[in-house]
Design a protein around this ligand. Structure first.
Ligand SMILES: Cc1cc2nc3c(=O)[nH]c(=O)nc-3n(C[C@H](O)[C@H](O)[C@H](O)COP(=O)(O)O)c2cc1C
Length: 177
């Protein structure tokens, strides 16, 4: 059984994170979900929390949570962190060490392995800024589940799609072992 801190970013593929939670729970893992402000536009805390059977964290500024758990403890109380989907914005913030919300603060404060599953429009993925950020993250030891190639929600074709949930789960444990 692993304790997974799951950060769900604001991409169209966020709906797949719900199925990933279901698969991880079915395999006996414990999930602590964190939903970014962007992520809240794509999936609800209600769906995520119900499937994870856990409280969803989304703000750095909730006094009750801070007193009872604390953001540092949240980032340390997991065996690893999975960012899925990892948006271009989240990847950029991670590469730059920005910590301006709960998710990015946890990512900077964690001492556990971090796995990112990027998903975005092909041009966003191929943009030199994103590729530069990915190179930096890899150099920093972040593990990457590469995006798949195919037709995207936006109608374009190329790399940038989030792999299917079962594939994410399989690759996740391959990367961690
Ligand atoms: C309909 C729609 C779909 C989007 N899909 C993606 C996406 O798949 N990947 C991505 O990196 N950004 C996507 N974006 C842009 C992000 O939502 C935006 O950069 C946001 O600030 C990311 O928030 P986050 O840092 O909380 O993930 C999308 C925006 C909209 C309006």
């Amino acid at each position: 059984m692993a304790r997974v801190l799951l950060i769900v970013g604001g991409g169209i593929a966020a709906y797949k994170s719900l199925e990933i939670v279901r698969l991880l729970k079915k395999a006996g893992h414990q999930i602590t979900p964190v939903l970014t402000k962007g992520g809240e536009h794509f999936v609800t805390a209600m769906s995520l929390g119900t499937l994870a059977e856990a409280q969803v964290h989304s703000s750095l500024w909730e006094l009750k949570n801070e007193v009872e758990i604390g953001h540092i403890q949240l980032s340390r109380g997991a065996d690893f962190v999975l960012v899925c989907p990892a948006t271009a914005d989240l990847l950029a913030k991670m590469a730059a060490g920005i910590a301006d919300d709960l998710a990015t603060t946890l990512l900077l404060a964690t001492d556990k392995p971090v796995v990112v599953a990027p998903a975005m429009n092909v041009r966003m993925w191929q943009h030199s800024a994103t590729q530069r950020n990915m190179a930096q993250l890899k150099a920093d030891g972040v593990r990457v589940i590469d995006p798949a190639e195919g037709e995207m929600a936006c109608g374009e074709f190329g790399p940038g799609r989030l792999p299917e949930p079962q594939e994410i789960v399989d690759q996740l444990f391959d990367l961690l072992n």
